[in-house]
Design a protein around this ligand. Sequence first.
Ligand code: BES
Ligand code: MN
Ligand code: ZN
Length: 488
Amino acid sequence: MLAIRLTAEPDRLDVLVLPVRPAPGDATSAEPVPAGAMLPTGIADEAAALVGPARVTGRAGQVHAQVRPGGTPARLLLLGVGEADEAAWRAAGAGLVRATRDETHVTVALPADLAPESVRGLVEGLLLGSYRFRLGDDPDAPTLTGVDLAVAEPDAYAQAVATARTTAEMTRLARDLTNTPSSVKNPEWFAAQVTDAAADLPGLRVRVREPEQLAAEGFGGIVAVGGGSASGPRLVEMDWHPADARTHVVLVGKGITFDTGGISIKPVPAMKLMRKDMAGAAAVVAATLGAAALKLPVRITTLAPLAENMVSGSAFRPGDVIRHYGGLTSETTNSDAEGRLVLADALAYAVQELKPDLLIDLATLTGANAVALGTRIGALYSDNDRLAGDLLAAIDAAGESAWRMPLGTDYVEHLGSDVADLHSAPTQGPGSVLAALYLREFTGELRQQWLHIDMSAPSWCDRDDAELTRGATGWGVRGLLRWLATLS
Ligand code: BES
Ligand code: MN
Ligand code: ZN
């Protein structure tokens, strides 16, 4: 990860970055933002003279590089910061790391009286835009290793930089877990990653249930879905319980380490990216590690039901009836609707044994998420307006995106089954909504305290775009951490 340093006395000025913003009332021209720290004499005037001839507009993330043979700096970079709010600075940070991947070090002259949130955005943009996933050597790896942020009062920004660093580090961890091939990340491996990561964080406990314990305690959904794989299922339970906590949140994440669809096997195009089917688990686990690293004063219990949905002689079948934790039963007519089966166990366990104040789940649950909302927006469901509003606001502030969807009662009738309490995969009706309605049946007394996000679509992106990089996005980590930081 890039080393980012705040400094009042920039001592490396070979590559200097000056922020520029659109000129007021003129979208085609720009002006440099006055810097807060001492800079080489004349450099600000030089930048001001450059913007016109170089056609710099100040759009967030735009970079213009001016070479100055024999000078200090040797290269002057004009960095567009647009509206100069947190989101624009995030885009600027991402644009900057993309434009400077072949440098080794750059110094950014931050404006005077910059808001700490803007520095948070900048640092997240730098650290997320420079993410790459690669197994083994990377001959094309960027050479940029250090960014100095020059500012008159570094102490005023230390907290913002630390928060941004933890947020980005955990988002990068979620991306790593999600990008990892499924030949590596079976449930046992995933659980070991969580245990290892938590070992560095005092006060964070992790318990992993093995297949035998899951069967003995009645986690029938996890056992059924994991039954077809040579790599048995696991349930990871993390607990962050600071002494000053008043609110108890349970986070649940779908952790299907590969989804073939099972006996109801997926066709080739639908299966090729199914190593990402644990992105919900990766997000809640990473957010919990982040909350512990930031010592947030809120109790968090995190559940990651992990299973590989495979095709084999021991796989569960369409038509099987599954008994979930606590006793509700599901008729499974389609083994590809496996996510809701493992989530049902985890939700029921949370309601019956953990009794939290709030219950949140994230899952790459249905292809219908993308049909409804495209590739960038999560589908958010809750009967609790306040909770939905709070999560939407936190997700938006963090630079992620979700849209609230209806839990229309009209569709509940599709969940009826002749042979079990519930039908897990109705063939009629809106897919993402039906999955949410099915999950709601397992929330018992906590129905009003529950919120679900179908994040199938935004968990992945197919091209670099601002702070997103091709592949896993780590969606949810940033929004969850923002929201958790508002609780106590
Ligand atoms: N993991 C998939 C959903 C998915 C699809 C995630 C595309 C990311 C991208 C899930 O397990 C699934 O297969 N859902 C089915 C449900 C159906 C069988 C009721 C779907 O969406 O088709
Ligand atoms: Mn599936
Ligand atoms: Zn799935």
